[in-house]
Design a protein around this ligand. Structure first.
Ligand code: ASP
Length: 340
């Protein structure tokens, strides 16, 4: 009997598995699902105004809806993760696209990447200043260039050639992020300044992972990077294997946190590799990497992950992580704080 096993608490997925009733097998739809994040950080209930919380939850729900609709209609996981990430990029509330943080020089430099678990195809862009949707450009790098990653001016020349929308760098200006830059510039401890999560409210990198009805996994991540970054600093988000990874043989992962640690520990790939080589569960692999390996090293942050059986994991070692999931025909779930 081909019954799949699912992570505890996700009964809706189980209802889409092969069901045996009165000795008759009813092959129902293949499992599918989507998990998103909007960044990890030090936010607590006390310092999040009610109206901001409502707006955040609504945008996260909209992002879930955009991706889930594609999956429910039999679409590809790659299209679903891009649809979800695009909604979050368009919102000023998240540190990606419109809401990107400021560099030391009061400009914006954006990074994004995506990966298709079906064939390990991947696309990434780093330090782009004028691309409205970096995740859309990452898709074009994957589809329309022979490369995996393009950076800076060259990436923008490519964007122009393939007709991806360009905007003035000031299009990404927001008062809230400028205030964060001013706070960051007052920070005298260089270690704290380098930690993207050290300044209050430094949430915001966005990501999505999905499993479609054909059993294909995909992952996508988009960010403005870290407030007050200098010298062309690029974090883990556009790096395949660090901030993003997807392989149909194991799982799909999108990360958020102190990028330098996620790069050194090749976090996204490490989680997938543990599934493939050690045959441990997704929960075990993700939990170990985020809560032990990274935490012991001093790396703040979290990940979202989904495996080929539709199990999901969302561990984070910070106060909170904006996150949500929608599995099969289940209701959408959106969470912000640790205790909820
Ligand atoms: N990982 C991102 C970076 O280091 C920042 C974040 O996730 O908040 O660029």
């Amino acid at each position: 009997m081909n019954i799949r096993f699912f992570g505890a608490g996700f009964a809706g997925l189980a209802t889409t598995a092969l069901i045996w009733a009165s000795g008759v097998s009813m092959a129902s739809e293949q499992v599918y699902g989507l998990v998103i994040h909007g960044g990890a950080g030090t936010l607590t209930r006390e310092n999040l105004p009610a109206e901001t919380e409502t707006a955040l939850r609504k945008t996260l729900a909209d992002a879930l809806h955009a991706g889930h609709r594609i999956l429910a209609g039999g679409g590809r996981s790659l299209d679903a993760v891009i649809a979800s990430v695009s909604v979050l990029e368009d919102s000023p509330l998240f540190n990606a696209g419109k809401g990107a943080v400021y560099t030391w020089e009061e400009t914006h430099e954006l990074d994004a990447s995506l990966m298709d678990g079906r064939d390990l195809a991947a696309g990434a862009v780093a330090a782009v200043r004028n691309v409205r949707s970096p995740i859309e450009l990452a898709r074009r790098v994957m589809d329309d260039s022979p490369h995996v990653m393009l950076a800076g001016v060259g990436a923008e020349l490519f964007a122009q050639e393939v007709g991806v929308e360009l905007v003035e760098n000031s299009w990404f200006d927001t008062e809230f992020r400028l205030e964060q830059l001013h706070i960051a510039k007052q920070e005298t401890d260089p270690a704290a300044l380098l930690n993207p999560l050290a300044v209050e409210n430094k949430f915001g990198t966005v990501g999505a992972v999905a499993l479609d009805k054909d059993g294909n996994l995909a992952a996508a991540t988009s960010t403005g990077g870290t407030t007050a970054k200098r010298w062309g600093r690029v974090g883990d988000s556009p790096l395949i294997g660090a901030g993003t990874y997807a392989d149909n043989n194991s799982c799909a992962v999108s990360a958020t946190g102190h990028g330098e640690y996620f790069i050194r520990h090749a976090v996204a790939h490490d989680i997938c590799a543990r599934l493939a080589y050690q045959k441990v569960s997704l929960a075990e692999a993700a939990e170990y990497v985020v809560m032990e390996k990274l935490a012991d090293a001093g790396g703040d942050g979290g990940v979202i992950a989904i495996d080929r059986d539709g199990n999901i994991a969302m561990p984070f070692n910070t106060e909170g992580m904006y996150r949500g999931h929608r599995l099969g025909a289940d209701d959408p779930v959106v969470r912000i704080f640790k205790e909820e």
